[in-house]
Design a protein around this ligand. Structure first.
Ligand code: ZN
Length: 270
């Protein structure tokens, strides 16, 4: 490690209490640790101030999300060790693998990284094929935590936030794009082309999934939804909430003002 790297790490530790140690290189990256989060980044990508500030933000985000999801997590999924955030210009999108979160450098620099959304993925393992529940819950908690606890919402797919998400969903349900992805919301799998078409397919799917997840959390409680996702029961939400994904979807569509859709398009191919 060059002297400048050590100096940057030491400055980060001195300037940000809670950033406890500069751990040096890990695969060519600079590494900083806090209580619940580890930050790794390439030398020169972030200044010491930027790195220290982001680590502090991520550490607090992990603490906030952990406090919320813990009551719903089964014993086997209780948090162990820190969440690792790798900030790099080498990934196009944010991704989570186990307890490692990869975030694009440009998003961290411009304070638009979905670190809270990805923290939910890192802390709540997603079993089963219900992408809507996994993405919906992560987006719901990102908005809720940033509005009620601290940190920021990356607004990757919508600026609606927690308060405006049902309205945004209602707007999408009035459009062809929204209705095209609706069969996968509250069901298994994901709409084809989601990776390639972030605007036309991923965006409406994430907005609708967040709205449905919020509806279920508000009615059945966060712990039940976390349990259903981490447990991966084949019958979806039924074991944890007493009602099936389809029941919840019908009630949600009526509640947000799209009753005509409540009895159609409930499953792919139907
Ligand atoms: Zn996600």
């Amino acid at each position: 490690m060059r002297w400048e790297s050590w100096a940057a790490a030491v400055v980060a530790v001195l300037v940000f209490p809670g950033v406890s140690a500069a751990q040096g290189w890990n695969g060519g990256r600079l590494k900083l640790e806090a209580d619940r989060a580890v930050l790794e980044y390439e030398d020169g990508d972030l200044s010491a101030t930027e790195a220290g500030a982001f680590l502090k933000l991520a550490d607090r985000g992990v603490a906030d999300v952990e406090a919320l999801v813990l009551p719903g997590l089964p014993e086997s999924a209780q948090p162990r060790g820190r969440v690792r955030f790798v900030v790099t210009s080498r990934v196009p999108f944010s991704r989570t693998y186990g307890r490692t979160v990869a975030l694009p450098l440009s998003r961290v620099r411009t304070q638009s990284a979905p670190y809270l959304h990805e923290t939910v993925h890192a802390l709540v393992p997603s079993r089963g094929e219900r992408v809507w529940l996994s993405e919906g819950l992560a987006s719901y908690l990102e908005s809720w935590v940033s509005e009620n606890r601290g940190g920021y919402d990356a607004h990757v797919f919508t600026r609606a936030g927690d308060r405006g998400i049902h309205q945004a969903a209602r707007r999408y349900l009035g459009s062809e794009q929204g209705r095209a992805v609706l069969p996968w919301v509250g069901a298994s799998g994901e709409p084809p082309g989601m990776e390639e078409d972030r605007t036309g397919i991923a965006r409406p799917f994430y907005v609708l999934s967040q709205s449905l997840a919020k509806h279920v959390v508000d009615a059945a409680g966060l712990a039940s939804v976390v349990r259903a996702l981490a447990g991966g029961e084949p019958d979806g939400l039924r074991q944890a909430t007493g009602r099936s994904d389809e029941d919840w979807k019908r009630e949600w569509l009526r509640a947000i003002g799209a009753p005509a859709l409540a009895d159609s398009s409930l499953a792919p191919g139907r």
